[in-house]
Write a protein that binds this ligand. Structure first.
Ligand SMILES: [Fe+2]
Ligand SMILES: [Fe+2]
Length: 178
């Protein structure tokens, strides 16, 4: 990895933390919405509850880093609160597979997003990079869990997946700034 030199652009780690915290918050809310619909007893609900617990740990870690580094959270938290929950609830109402298709789509975008951040960070913030790398691995496990549960066999999968992925990309772009 090349070292930072005067004139190079420094990665904006405050913005990175802001968008990551927003994303983990959104993920936790999606799973909360799904569990509100599915209850806690079905096998799918069991898997979702396990993933939700990991999202909560990701969220707690970014909350702690933001407090430590005095980074303000996104002003859009109330929107992600309801939008995340609604996305989770609606997909779970469609079917358990649709709920998994939602996870598949969201984690695909989060993986891409974390990969971009790791490239941008290089070796400039090892503390943050370590967390991102660890969380990225767990997001990929979530995606694999969703695929193993039949996400791709959901009725209307290509359209549903494309719509959710587009929504994630918009949410990521906005949360970097606002
Ligand atoms: Fe996460
Ligand atoms: Fe996840």
């Amino acid at each position: 990895m090349s070292e930072w030199q005067p004139g190079d652009k420094r990665p904006d780690t405050a913005s990175m933390l802001r968008v990551n915290q927003a994303g983990e918050y959104g993920a936790a809310r999606i799973y909360a919405g799904q569990l509100a619909v599915l209850g806690r007893s079905s096998p799918a609900a069991h898997q979702i509850a396990r993933m939700a617990a990991q999202e909560q740990r990701h969220l707690d870690r970014f909350n702690a880093l933001m407090a430590e580094r005095r980074v303000r959270p996104t002003a859009l938290q109330p929107i992600w609160r309801s939008a995340g929950f609604a996305l989770g609830a609606v997909t779970a109402l469609m079917s358990e597979r649709a709920a998994m298709a939602c996870t598949d789509a969201v984690e695909t975008e989060i993986d891409r997003h974390y990969e971009q951040q790791l490239q941008e960070l290089g070796d400039q913030d090892p503390e943050l990079s370590d967390d991102i790398r660890r969380f990225q691995a767990e997001e990929l496990e979530h995606r694999d869990t969703a695929r193993a549960a039949g996400s791709e066999a959901t009725f209307g999968y290509p359209l549903l997946s494309a719509a959710i992925r587009a929504g994630c990309r918009v949410a990521i772009a906005i949360s970097k700034r606002v």
